[in-house]
Write a protein that binds this ligand. Sequence first.
Ligand SMILES: Nc1nc2c(ncn2[C@@H]2O[C@H](COP(=O)(O)OP(=O)(O)OP(=O)(O)O)[C@@H](O)[C@H]2O)c(=O)[nH]1
Ligand SMILES: [Mg+2]
Length: 1012
Amino acid sequence: MASYFSNLKNANAELGSDATLIKYFVLVSKNPDVSTADELRNLISTSKRFAEAPLPTKDLAALLKVIKRAKSYESAEGVVATEQQADMPATEVIANEVTPEKLPERPVSPADEGLDTSKYKTVELIPKGIVANATVSREADGIVQIAWAEVKGKAKVYRVAASSDKFPNNVMTAEESWVTKESKLSVGTSQAFFRIYVFDSEEATGTLVAEGRLMGEVGLFELESYSERVLMRWESTDPSSKVTIYKSDPNKPLPARLTDAKALRVPEGAVRFEDRDVVSGQTFQYRAQLEWVSSSGLKISSKGLTREVAIPGDIPSLEGFRVTRRSAQEDLVDIEYLSLNGSPAAVKVYQVDGPPSETLQSMRAVGSDTFPIKNLEQPEFQQALGSEIKVEAEIDGELTRINSVPMLAGEGSRTYVAVVFLGGSFRVGAVQVVQRVAAIQNLELVDFFDYQLLRLDLPAGATMLQVWEKNADATWDSVDKEVADRLVDIEDEYRRYGGVVFAEPVPGQLSDRHRLRDKPKKIFVRGISVFDGIKHAGEHAEYDFPGRVEVRYKRVSKPQQEKEKPTGFFGFGRGKTQTKPDTAIPQGAGLQFQISGAADSEDIRLHLVQAKTQDFPLTKDGNLSVDQLKLQAGKYRTFTDLLVSETGSQTSFASSEKPQQPQTLKVVSPQIGRVRVTPFFREVSGTPVFVVDELMSNVRPDAPGNPSKRLSIALVGAKRSGKTTYAQALLHYIERQFTENFASRVFPGEGDELAKHKLETVHNFVKDGALPPGTKSARLFSSSAEAVELDDPRRGAKFEFEGAHTPLGSIELFDLAGEDMDSVEDLQLYAEQLRAADLIIFLLDPMQIQTVETVAAGRLAMPGRSTDPFVVLRNLEKVLGPVEDRSNKNQKLAITISKFDALVRAFESEASPFKDALSKGMAVTRDPNAFTRHAYNSYDGREVDAEVRAILKALGQDAFSAIAQDGSRFSQENVKFFVVSALGHDTRNRANGISSFRIGDPIRWALQDQIK
Ligand SMILES: Nc1nc2c(ncn2[C@@H]2O[C@H](COP(=O)(O)OP(=O)(O)OP(=O)(O)O)[C@@H](O)[C@H]2O)c(=O)[nH]1
Ligand SMILES: [Mg+2]
């Protein structure tokens, strides 16, 4: 019959061998009536042995299960076995007092078959020989492994006696014991101290041969370091072992073999200690480990916990840290700082690429000023500091110098960081930045008359440009380098306009800028970068602005009678029926001229060209013969009439001031065609001559604010005509100029992912010239009824405007795929969008016109031919259907020459038959809308329209004009011609940003509806 004790053990083994329960089995086995949770809790809490360690709930539950199972064995046997008298008080049960008569029969692994445990009980009290060390360890599964040296001789039996808190003195007083023939044992037990006795035979007296124990560990070892002491505290899981604390030599790790000499004298049983044998700036390693000496004298130690501390001190501050670049040409710096004489602290200087990182900035910040040295191993710190400068420092009196330090290769700035180290800590002593700002190259001034744009290769490393505008004879030496006339923020201003802009500010805006006028100037520019108030400048560049001759003209009616009101500039009398062309010279009227310019003394010669028709007389072909008009510059400082007098069929102009040799211009009839005044020479003494129509600048503003206006815009045009580029440039312009002029803001429409994406990519487009890829064909998406995917070209991007003066509330932009323009079927995919559009911007790529291609060959990058633009326009017409059937009666068509910058360059080519066609001052060479609050300048619009039609005609593309005039295909008033340049220059130097030209004109025109 198995005892209750062994039943408990068997039940435990069956239920999964919970080693922590075993220690209760002796107690429980003596109290076989205990079967409920309360009884069990009561039993254990009243036992002396467990008085200090109440049974944890989970163990309680597990123990109850084991009891239940053990009892089930008993009931199966039909007998209740009790090892003890029922009257034995439970409280007296302590483990080493009473041992069950029978020993556990089923340990985990001993080969005990056939061994009667009761025959191996008696042992010698004093060991006979050397007691060896048994190795004891607890495996991950909780099983304890005990192994000892085999005792030689014939068949031996070992008895392993175990107790929880000290070595058992004999087998009988052990809390548990096992017999085995092997020299090892695996048991599930909670005991820690093991003694192994060997028996030569049954009933012999056993001899102690080995002992061993399970070691606990140091569970916690905390150190706090102060400038003169280190406080430490530890906890051990093993009260029977001694905690020993070792300390390394200063600034060294602990040796692999720890000797007593390295141990601190910590009083027995202490759990804290204060070590005062330390000095600021030193580092130490401490280790706390458990040690126990076996009866054989062998020392067993636990792994222990090792900690490192640095003894802090006040890290001195570093003064006078200066890093100076040898010269703008040399990539060497000289470093100096005030020596830290008498301080144990050390200084190291680091060099890192670029401006100070955010990490470095926060390392400098007050409040986080010292860091443990081991932080330097972290990549974040390493990146912030860069590499240590290895050039040797020289102490020179008060100063420490590190001379001729090579700068890290490459462009841009370098950050130098002086780090002060003391006592295992460091702090960032000082930071200096040496900005390597590149020299400015390739200056070019583009003069749009209404404003100028100074474009240059943005110097690497610069964040700002300093600009000085001085008299033509000024030299760099005479310039006050401290105070620039203008400071241009590259991100904010240069990128916004694509250059340093010389323009009058929009009314109401504070700005120190203005446009350049007739006087020659010398402009100095250099890139700078400022860090910590210190300015780093690159080499400057100079630009000679030659000034310009400005000839302004305006048409006036000849005052027939003294009293006649000087109303209505010709062609602008409101409410009058216009029988004569807008810009013809009226009978009995004249032109007024005003001249200002650097070349005062020279006569200015002008051409007067008159067209036979309403067309703008772009070239001489087909126009009336012209004469020259010689004007003495000095005489026309204010507007002066040149009267038209008619002699028969001839009209002559004469100055009312009667110049010595009045010039006569023969005009066949004043009634016909437009007049164009062009300079006879493009330049007078190297100064460009602008002949400008004064009216354009003085036109009344149209289109007041209208936040409810919604505009749906479709971009149409052959492949590679520039639609997507235009869309991007337009967004940039809207976001950073247009809205600014109207004190408003633009946002992507609510939940409009495409709009959001477009606004996000605009930045890169402007900065790096990153162009979106060719637009995908709608055919790829046509299976889905609705444009859901972001790159479906039928999907519109909606932008919303906010602001009291905004001339519109929202724009929806459709960027069509050029690929889909070739056939009506494909274009039909966009029928819905096209019919609903308020404005169709038809982009006509001049580079795709044969004539232009020929003259520009070799000079400009050609996009490669695609569909004839006229075919595209006809396809569009078919998709829109007959005019009378169109639902959107106000739909406008802006026929727009794209890439106008390229066209101008092509025209300027020596080989070009249109070399003189575009004279300075023509509407298409100006951009009066850029810096105004006028939504639209209708006079300018009309001029551009006429000039563009003349250009197209010259290029053999007269068919476009015909479409506009026909009326049956597009209603006449709703078609207008435009020019636009999205990039402002060819694509070679994109990194310098874009400078769009007349980019918003079609939209401004579409807004004009408001005032009707
Ligand atoms: N010089 C100059 N080139 C331009 C301008 N706008 C666009 N381009 C060039 O024209 C090419 C075509 O531009 P895209 O905007 O992709 O043309 P697209 O009409 O959208 O083409 P698809 O999407 O294929 O229909 C690009 O290589 C641009 O660099 C401009 O204002 N000036
Ligand atoms: Mg595209």
